[in-house]
Design a protein around this ligand. Structure first.
Ligand code: GLU
Length: 313
């Protein structure tokens, strides 16, 4: 029996930087250290945010870092080619009355969610109980988003390999959540769960900016009567402004670091040191890190960069 199937799931919305490169390296190490498989899947559902050429750069950077994967990157591993699968699931949810159309505009939502009696970010349920007539009336004027119903008492308890045991009351914290946008695009939450199920993923290691999404995703696993994977949410790398690395922190992209003539061994060595897998900054390859990889050695704290020129020429 396969004990571990993991995945690298980049979104081609920008280049790979030290932060997401480190999360991918750790996901790869977890799979390889367990003797498992790892797949590469391109999460390109959000067309408007996709950046031309980003996917090719990301794949090239992952290879340059010494990571590999066990699938061919055939069309089936692109979310944009899997829409039929997500739509089938939405139809199934609809038939089971697990979702409803939501006509709320962004502005209305922002106002409702900031009302003092609402906990931050909780959908107040405005469209939950609209009558059939009201729905039909509104549908003429506006395409609705689709929301998954979260019932009171939807408490999710799970163990995260980095954060330990976690508990979340999805009804109180999030409420009914979007599974398809008004433009018809399935939400990240839905697509990622369906793909991980379809691809037999057993281990999800990703940045802890996605920790908030996990309880909603586990609720979806329950709706599909499937056991959720084993989760590990690893700390992020923060820029000098203490925000997670992003496009504006340009000089820490792998493409740029490669351009300075640095070697993959230097970058992998730094990544391993920065999250506690090595006690000194030295050169190493991804493959050399497999042997003594232990997830518990990953530091529980984010890495704060005081400057962005760690790899300047
Ligand atoms: N595609 C997502 C991202 O690049 C990752 C999704 C996941 O790991 O669940 O942020």
């Amino acid at each position: 029996m396969l004990i571990c199937k993991a995945r690298l799931a980049p979104s081609p919305t920008g280049y790979l930087h030290l932060g997401n490169a480190r999360s991918f390296l750790l996901a790869w190490l977890q799979a390889r250290a367990l003797g498992g498989e790892i797949i590469l899947r391109i999460e390109d559902l959000d067309r408007p945010r996709a950046v031309e050429g980003a996917e090719k750069d990301i794949v090239g950077d992952l290879e340059w870092l010494g990571l590999d994967w066990d699938n061919e990157l055939t069309p089936n591993y692109y979310q944009s080619n899997r829409l039929h699968l997500y739509c089938e699931a939405l139809d199934d949810f609809k038939a089971r009355d697990l979702l409803y159309p939501c006509f709320c505009a962004r502005k209305e939502l922002a106002e409702a969610m900031s009302a003092p009696h609402n906990s931050a970010g909780r959908y107040p349920g405005t469209c939950r109980n609209l009558s059939t007539e009201k729905r039909a009336e509104r549908e003429v004027k506006k395409n609705p988003a689709l929301r998954f119903r979260v019932e009171p008492g939807s408490i999710i308890e799970y163990n995260d390999l980095i954060h330990g045991s976690l508990r979340s009351d999805v009804y109180e914290e999030t409420g009914d959540f979007i599974v398809a946008r008004a433009d018809g695009i399935p939400s990240y939450q839905l697509a990622v769960v369906l793909d991980d199920i379809a691809m037999g993923v057993t281990h999800v290691l990703r940045g802890d900016d996605l920790l908030d999404s996990t309880p909603r995703q586990i609720l979806l696993y329950h709706a599909f009567s499937t056991k959720p994977p084993i989760y590990a949410h690893v700390p992020l790398i923060l820029g000098p402004d203490r925000k997670r690395l992003a496009k504006r922190h340009g000089s820490v992209s792998i493409v740029e670091i490669r351009g300075t003539g640095r070697s993959p061994e230097e970058v992998v060595g730094w990544l391993a040191w920065s999250c506690g897998l090595r006690s000194d900054i030295g050169k190493t390859t991804a493959a050399e890190l497999i042997e003594d990889f232990v997830i518990d050695n990953i530091s529980r704290h984010g890495t704060h960069l005081s400057s962005l020129d760690i790899f300047s020429p």
